[in-house]
Design a protein around this ligand. Structure first.
Ligand code: SF4
Length: 307
């Protein structure tokens, strides 16, 4: 794309953004060109909460589908657009409400904790949501005599289970992108950059997490990068975050653990799709009021828990 064409496209996006009273949200993992024109860049829940608190009429969510659904759940009166409907999250799609109902029937009395990376339908069946930042705090607040079903990410669940020394029933879902980061890759990078600090995301497997200096959510990584004295940081998560880390901390060096840690679903939305979305008001997230009410309850419970 020529620089001139890109400039023209951005001007049209800016015009439509005003006309429609829209905010553009971009997840930390989406293409840099989309992050650069967004009103807010962040993790999925943070973005949905920000959009809820603005006076906008339209939310364009550049991220995967469950994120746009969460924005709709928290802002049911606003029009939420997802520019590329095919951009879904394989991990979220690994859990379904029917199977969850069956699992819950096998464990009556269990508390069901659901990572926000899940579909609206699944959220209607759970007791409380969590993020990768607050998962341990949410589980720790559940009485010790209660069983816990954790879904859909078995790795986040296992990392929480290890941290709290508490067994949990783990749904067998996983993030294919974070599963591509292996312990060998961490060891290789540590060898290459022996003075670097290692941060990884808790969607990585426990053997990877065990080799890191810290495991952090994407929001936690951004905060850590701003505050740390370390100048060289090895980053074990989806590569898109490097764009923002580097932009916000030009004096520091961020080394991705692996060039393979790319979520193709997060890269589907391009500038052109954002423009089409605003021009044609596509593709609207439609959820029925009952689903919205039921799916909002565990998210609100999490927020009220102060997490
Ligand atoms: S990085 Fe993983 S959890 Fe995030 S959207 Fe991609 S597959 Fe889903």
């Amino acid at each position: 794309m020529s620089a001139e064409y890109q400039k023209e496209m951005i001007e049209r996006i800016n015009l439509l953004r005003k006309e429609r009273n829209a905010v553009i949200l971009a997840h930390n993992y989406v293409l840099g060109e989309v992050q650069d024109i967004a009103d807010f860049v962040g993790d999925s829940l943070e973005l949905s909460i920000k959009a809820k608190n603005t006076g906008c009429d339209v939310i364009v969510f550049c991220g995967v589908k469950f994120m746009a659904e969460t924005a709709k759940i928290l802002s049911p009166g606003k029009t939420v657009l997802h520019p590329v409907p095919a951009s879904g999250c394989p991990m979220a799609d690994m859990a379904d409400a029917d199977k969850l109902r069956k699992l819950k029937a096998l464990h009556p009395g269990a508390v069901t904790v659901c990572y926000v990376n899940s579909t609206a339908e699944v959220k209607t069946e759970v007791d409380i949501c969590c993020t990768s930042a607050n998962a341990a705090k949410i589980v720790a607040a559940i009485p010790a005599d209660k069983e816990v079903i954790f879904l859909p990410d078995k790795n986040l669940g296992a990392n929480v289970s290890i941290a709290l020394n508490r067994p949990m029933i783990l749904w067998p879902g996983f993030c294919p992108t974070h599963m591509r980061i292996t312990a060998e890759m961490i060891l290789r990078k540590k060898n290459e950059f022996p003075d670097a600090f290692v941060i990884v995301h808790p969607e990585c497997t426990p053997d990877v997490v065990a080799l890191a200096d810290k495991y952090l959510s994407t929001g936690g990584m951004l905060r850590f990068a701003r505050e740390t004295e370390h100048k060289k940081i090895i980053v074990g998560t989806e590569q898109g975050i490097i764009h923002r880390l580097q932009r916000e901390n030009p004096d520091k060096m961020f080394i991705p653990v692996s060039e393979q840690a790319v979520c193709p679903n997060m890269k589907m939305i391009e500038l052109n799709d954002v423009l089409n979305s605003l021009e044609k008001m596509q593709y609207e997230i439609i959820l029925d009021p009952d689903t919205i009410a039921k799916a909002a309850a565990p998210i609100i419970k999490m927020i009220e828990a102060g997490s």
